[in-house]
Design a protein around this ligand. Structure first.
Ligand code: ADP
Ligand code: MG
Length: 284
């Protein structure tokens, strides 16, 4: 499966330009991370990809077909976790998934529901009412419904919100294994979610794609812009601090800047440095 996003713009009825001339090429199998701060346009882009919204400019093509013409076919190949996902609080986990399977026209539903619950480790909670679940458990129910019917395109909008560290790692592994065969797109503002698992990253800010490519290529963008130094960063620190570590010698700071000041020691960039650097660069 192949998704071509061609100069897509989205201006909401109130006049807010959420996306401006966004172009991206996505092809399976791959795990693609859409990375950007709140308000960047991630959810808008995902809604456009699922045909839940129509762009005000440009076009999206799925396997060469305009999405506007292939919408029905797409829905059968798609699993989608929206950012705000209403769950039916009074239903039990398996009842909810059964219901979602019916809406998707999956039959027999039973095996599909079992597989989806197993994938997100919900089988033991199957009889629990959704109302009684923790935030992370609810999020897993949301992920499970997207997996129903084994769709070849999976779009997860901030799937790791509310998950504890252990659940996060489990989800990350699940996404990576799904992406061996499918096109899996996830949005996040957390670098850890995409570090080491995504084959492709797209960085978005203020409705524009700032970068698209491999994590290594993104990291390389910050080369020469990352430095470390010992001491507390002051008010007038010329670098944007990306981390502070307490060591036996004092606080070891790490930061990014266009030009490194003399007091820092240049360092190899990490993905997080590159992301912060890109946000800073993109805003000038
Ligand atoms: P993200 O998912 O990256 O946080 P969104 O796509 O939700 O970003 O939002 C991008 C921009 O569009 C934000 O400025 C947001 O306030 C605005 N926006 C989102 N949805 C709507 C809407 N339905 N009507 C008007 N503006 C919206
Ligand atoms: Mg969002």
């Amino acid at each position: 499966m192949n998704i071509q996003i061609q100069s897509v713009s989205m201006t909401y009825p109130g006049g807010k330009a959420a996306l401006r001339e966004v172009s991206l090429s996505l092809g399976s199998p791959c795990l693609i991370g859409l990375l950007g701060p709140n308000g960047a346009g991630k959810s808008t882009l995902m809604k456009l990809m699922t045909a839940a919204l129509l762009p005000t400019g440009g076009e999206i093509r799925i396997d060469g077909q305009p999405l506007s013409k292939a919408e029905k076919a797409l829905k059968q190949r798609l699993g989608y976790l929206p950012q705000s996902f209403g769950l039916y609080d009074e239903l039990r986990v398996y009842q909810f998934l059964d219901y979602m399977a019916a809406l998707k026209g999956i039959s027999p539903a039973r095996a599909a529901v079992e597989r989806a619950m197993e994938a997100v480790n919900l089988s033991d909670l199957r009889k629990k009412k959704i109302r009684t679940l923790s935030g992370g458990q609810r999020q897993r129910v949301g992920i499970a419904q997207a997996l129903l019917g084994d769709p070849e395109l999976l779009i997860f909008d901030e799937p790791t919100v509310g998950l504890d560290p252990e659940e996060r790692i489990r989800m990350r592994n699940l996404f990576a294994s799904l992406a061996r065969e499918k096109l899996v797109i996830l949005s996040t503002h957390i670098i850890d979610d995409v570090q080491s698992v995504c084959g492709q990253l797209a960085v978005i800010n203020r409705g524009k794609i700032l970068f698209s490519g491999s994590p290594e290529a993104l990291t390389a963008r910050a080369r020469g812009h990352v430095g470390v130094w010992l001491g507390e960063p002051g008010e007038d620190c010329p670098l944007t601090v990306t981390s502070q570590t307490h060591t036996a010698d004092g606080v070891l700071c790490r930061g990014v800047a266009g030009e490194l000041p003399g007091f820092v020691r240049p360092a190899e960039p990490a993905l997080e440095d590159a992301y912060i650097w890109m946000m800073q660069e993109g805003s000038v």
